[in-house]
Design a protein around this ligand. Structure first.
Ligand SMILES: [Zn+2]
Length: 81
């Protein structure tokens, strides 16, 4: 996958495998090793349309074999009242 230069800082965008957090309603999905374009200067991420579609598809139908981890949630307002 080839990417243009970053539209924010003009840095070069390289194909890398990264962790992606995807929220759908109340659920949070964490995908590992997702191939994205990442700006080498500012870190902006560029999602190929096909990859986004695949993540949506997997979140909806393909969670067989997924590991579930516990995630602490934190209400900033309550905790700082
Ligand atoms: Zn950039």
């Amino acid at each position: 996958m080839k990417y243009d230069t970053c539209e924010y800082c003009d840095g070069s965008v390289r194909s890398r495998r990264v962790t992606v957090d995807l929220r759908r309603g109340e659920r949070l999905y964490v995908f590992l090793n997702v191939p994205l374009g990442v700006c080498s200067k500012c870190g902006e991420r560029y999602y190929p349309g096909r990859v986004l579609e695949q993540l949506d598809e997997i979140a909806e139908h393909g969670l067989v074999g997924a590991k579930t981890v516990r995630v602490p949630t934190f209400d900033y307002k309550e905790a700082t009242a």
